[in-house]
Design a protein around this ligand. Sequence first.
Ligand SMILES: [Zn+2]
Length: 251
Amino acid sequence: MSKYLNEESITPEKTPRKEEEVEDTVQTNLDTELLSAFDPIKRMNHGFKHFKIHEFNKHPDYYRKLAEKQEPKFLIFACSDSRVSPTNILNLRPGEAFMARNIANLVPEFNKLKHAGVGAIIEYAILALKVEVIVVIGHSRCGGITRLISLPDDETSYDFIDDWVSIGEPAKAKVIAEHPGASGEELQTLVEKESVRNSLRNLLSYPYVESGIANNTLKLLGRYYDFVRGEFQKLDDDDDIKPTTNIQESD
Ligand SMILES: [Zn+2]
């Protein structure tokens, strides 16, 4: 250590380091610290300092305007899995996306008596924020989907998880009927993808979604993030998710 101090002390006319250069050192230190003991306070302080210097302070006009009003174009459903944050994988800035994250990125059917947290997000995003696109993003190796596939399980049960992931039962049943020989990783991937389509279909049961699509002010998209291959895939028929004839007739 003293070696470096000595080197620095003999550097002639050393100019003061810019804030960003200091922050690069902070980032390097952070990378090192992440590999050693976890300190939640240090981690948060480092992270916020990085955001403040590299983002917030660099774009004062953007953040001044954003402080007055949020106008996100996206409502995104994604899994709570720590590896799949849409903010990271889609490089989203604050203000771009209203976010709903839960186990296995599921959207339940409209039901005022259950899952009010999800219903409130959808209602607010469409009626108050007037989002233009709802995206449901599934992902590889999803633990919630693994649990869905394992149900019913007589040996283990959870207070909340099993009831929640059972929202995906129609997707599981469809995959098993269409691919009776599928098992292991193949079955897992098929259910992960079909569950996204099932959630898109469930979105249509919300009156605000149905009318948004009918009025052409809202679009539904399904995507799949494969974090093993590093791919972001379009699901085959996601653009074909439209209200059924019955729903259209109710307008
Ligand atoms: Zn997941």
